[in-house]
Unconditional design. Structure first.
Length: 115
């Protein structure tokens, strides 16, 4: 099991911004895709997007143009920058990495967007 440490999150008004961070062990971080998921109340966990070791990013539909995923190799940290937040973005956000055939998840961080 790989330990991922998340930080960031909190309460923000609609239209605001937040940044989440996810730190991973060095070897894992350099080799694996870093993924971000979220889980809204009463809903299944869904993929938000990902960043590959070389920096290539992918995003799911509803966040395109508003969210940006990046990585800092020196800090072994991936980021989820969230702009133009709306109440539908409320949920627990998780980072995930798949390494050596196993998925490891961060502890989750709450994001609440008020209208």
């Amino acid at each position: 099991q790989v330990q991922l440490v998340e930080s960031g999150g909190g309460l923000v008004q609609a239209g605001g911004s937040l940044r989440l961070s996810c730190e991973a062990p060095g070897t894992v971080f350099m080799l694996a895709n870093m993924e971000w998921y979220r889980q809204a109340p009463g809903k299944q966990r869904e993929l938000v997007g990902s960043v590959a070791p070389g920096g290539l990013t992918n995003y799911e539909g509803s966040v395109k143009g508003r969210f940006t995923i990046s990585r800092d190799n020196a800090k072994k940290t991936a980021y989820l920058q969230m702009n133009s937040l709306n109440p539908e973005d409320t949920g627990v956000y998780y980072c995930k990495v798949r390494f050596a055939g196993r998925d490891s998840w961060g502890q989750g961080t709450q994001v609440t967007v008020s209208s």
